[in-house]
Design a protein around this ligand. Sequence first.
Ligand code: 5GP
Ligand code: ZN
Length: 112
Amino acid sequence: MSDCLFCKIIAGEIPSSKVYEDDVCFAFNDIAPQAPTHFLVIPKAHIGSVSEVSADNSAVVAHIFEVIAKLAKEKGMESYRVVSNIGEQAGQSVFHLHFHVLSGRDMTWPPG
Ligand code: 5GP
Ligand code: ZN
């Protein structure tokens, strides 16, 4: 999608601190980290949010979770949180599906 910030990051039109990349997904450090480790994992194909996941594209989401597990192991992350905000009230500000991966500090539950 031409006017999507994360599509531009995938295309290299906007620089990012890359953590991982394959044919299906891209991972990069969040520009405003909320924890010592805070990266985002996104599909290369534009999907607006979890609410647009269906039988047609859910294999991408399964793959992303395999990648998250692999990266967490590689980075020695024993405890971490995976978050996806859906819609403005839940805190979504970029409307390209992304999973926040946060680690390295105590976290509260329930979230604020
Ligand atoms: P959301 O609020 O949609 O759940 O998460 C969007 C995330 O994207 C935020 O945590 C925000 O800091 C991050 N973000 C916004 N713009 C950029 C950018 O240009 N580069 C990077 N690396 N992260 C960004
Ligand atoms: Zn996009």
